[in-house]
Design a protein around this ligand. Structure first.
Ligand SMILES: [Fe+2]
Ligand SMILES: [Fe+2]
Length: 205
């Protein structure tokens, strides 16, 4: 029961955009560069997409942790979820600094990802970690794309994205170490398609 309340509390905080970071934002020491209005709006929209990605990660890991069988699997998932909470807070802060707003559809993103995570967890730890590893790989790829798309002079946003990308690479490595299987190609394709829908919508709404 306590666990359910804690999970629910985390879900509410994620959706409401009041996540708490345990580690300082990688942008902390980086001075703000003046940006044109258009660049600023573009960076804010990209960070909204990343923030939604972190909402989804949070929900996926919570769903997976809830249905994971082995205690060590659960612990690894909970640790990753805590680091994703840092990402949530960092990206929410950066959206605010850029004068943007988080996605209006966050409750929807959260609910959908939670259901997918819980389903993955039910398939057993090998597939649970396979799903985690593939998610992190795709997120890493996506963040690398954002580093190309962001205004080159926006050093603060870039620092946040780079910090997140480094964490995602570690999450992926730890999932592989925990015995992740390789997902079938059609599943990977479906995941890529779902994330394309999400990123396209979240850039606007
Ligand atoms: Fe993340
Ligand atoms: Fe991650």
């Amino acid at each position: 029961m306590d666990r359910l309340i804690a999970e629910f509390d985390r879900a509410l905080r994620a959706v409401a955009g009041v996540a708490h970071a345990e580690r300082p934002s990688p942008a902390e020491a980086i001075p703000e560069t003046p940006l044109e209005d258009e660049s600023k709006a573009h960076a804010a929209a990209l960070m909204r997409v990343n923030h939604v990605g972190e909402i989804c990660a949070q929900a996926l890991y919570q769903g997976q942790a809830l249905t994971a069988r082995e205690p060590h699997a659960r612990q690894a998932l909970e640790k990753a979820a805590r680091e994703e909470e840092d990402h949530l807070a960092w990206s929410a802060d950066r959206i605010r600094e850029l004068g943007g707003r988080p996605s209006l559809l966050n409750p929807l993103w959260y609910a959908g990802s939670f259901a997918i995570g819980a389903a993955a967890g039910l398939l057993g730890d090998k597939w649970n970690f396979a799903f985690l590893a593939e998610t992190e790989r795709q997120v890493e790829e996506h963040l690398a794309g954002h580093l190309e798309a962001l205004p080159p002079e926006d050093n603060r946003t870039r620092a946040v994205v780079e910090g997140m990308r480094a964490d995602e690479a570690r999450h992926r490595a730890s999932a592989l170490q925990l015995g992740a299987a390789e997902l079938p190609e059609p599943v990977k394709r479906a995941m890529r398609l779902a994330s394309r829908v999400m990123t396209t919508v979240a850039y606007r709404v």
